[in-house]
Design a binder for this molecule. Structure first.
Ligand SMILES: NC(=O)c1ccc[n+]([C@@H]2O[C@H](COP(=O)([O-])OP(=O)(O)OC[C@H]3O[C@@H](n4cnc5c(N)ncnc54)[C@H](OP(=O)(O)O)[C@@H]3O)[C@@H](O)[C@H]2O)c1
Length: 275
């Protein structure tokens, strides 16, 4: 089983350098897939209220009997109002069957609604009340980070954002780091952006004798990004975790940096409305 390093975050948080994406892992099959991932060594699980799988994912965490598995969920945009955010967190707790949620993120800032600071206050309070161990955000831009930090004095443990070679988000990763916020990377296999098929990625992967997707994950880990690869297949889950020893050279990092073409697959957090 690979030894996954822990990254140090706010308030003594220690977050595994790789986690499991769970979008679309649902029902009994989803629980079974998450169970094989935990057996392979995953200790960070990424769920969301809106994935409709908090029960399935947390069930695998509970059944593992381990106390070092971090269950993540995300607060949807329709529940940013302070009282609604509290109900949603309590509902996530009930759906998960856990005594306490490991990590709760605000899924998207929805800046047009402008209620994300209210939602953040509800997360801060839920943590103080013992419902949640760690709190963070997702798809936040620097101005959103600054507003919640300024209004509450509480800095998110991490910001989960889209990261892959086509859209490496150098500026936003730097902004996170400057504020002491870890970066998690979603869609790290870059499937939709076509990164695993990119000629540069294929060539460098071949030089390291690994599959292109594993190279993408090793690249993220080397940048200090916590990638969240999703796979329902036990063998691919194990392969995706076994990337920590793959060291890219400065030249290779430079070649991969040259791939960046601004081709993101998600949405612009300044505009996007997620409910
Ligand atoms: N915060 C947000 O707004 C946000 C947005 C999007 C995603 N996310 C999170 O990020 C996670 C990952 O992103 P994603 O779900 O878009 O997908 P991803 O991890 O980039 O790619 C998943 C796809 O890659 C395949 N795959 C994985 N490892 C492979 C390997 N070693 N070889 C070949 N194929 C492989 C999987 O197929 P198999 O299952 O068949 O292996 C699946 O089809 C999500 O599950 C979710 O938890 C968050």
């Amino acid at each position: 089983m690979p030894d996954i390093p822990l990254l140090d975050g706010q308030d003594g948080a220690r977050i595994p350098a790789i986690g499991l994406g769970t979008y679309d892992l649902r029902g009994a099959a989803g629980t079974a897939a998450v169970a094989t991932a935990i057996d392979a060594g995953y200790r960070l699980l990424d769920s969301a209220f809106n994935y409709d799988n908090e029960g399935a994912v947390a069930r695998a965490a509970r059944d593992s009997g381990r106390d070092d598995v971090i269950f993540t969920t995300k607060l949807p945009g329709r529940y940013h109002r302070h009282d609604l955010a509290r109900f949603a967190i309590e509902e996530s707790l009930l759906r998960s069957g856990l005594d306490r949620l490991g990590l709760v993120l605000i899924h998207w800032p929805n800046p047009k609604e402008g209620l994300y600071a209210e939602a953040w206050r509800a997360l801060v309070e839920a943590r103080a009340d013992g419902l949640v161990e760690m709190i963070g955000v997702s798809n936040f831009l620097p101005e959103h980070l600054d507003r919640i930090i300024d209004e509450t004095g509480v800095t998110p443990v991490l910001n989960q954002i889209e990261v892959h070679p086509s859209w490496p988000q150098d500026d936003l990763r730097r902004a996170n780091a400057e504020r002491g916020v870890l970066t998690e990377g979603w869609s790290p296999a870059g499937e939709k952006a076509g990164d695993p098929e990119h000629e540069t990625i294929v060539r460098i992967a071949r030089a390291h004798d690994v599959e292109p997707r594993r190279l993408l994950l090793a690249w993220a880990v080397q940048l200090g990004v916590i990638p969240l690869p999703r796979s329902r297949d036990a063998q691919r889950q194990a392969q995706n975790l076994d990337v920590v020893g793959i060291e890219l050279t400065e030249d290779e990092l430079g070649e991969i940096a040259a791939i960046a073409d601004g081709d993101f697959v998600g949405a612009d957090p300044a505009e996007h409305q997620e409910f």
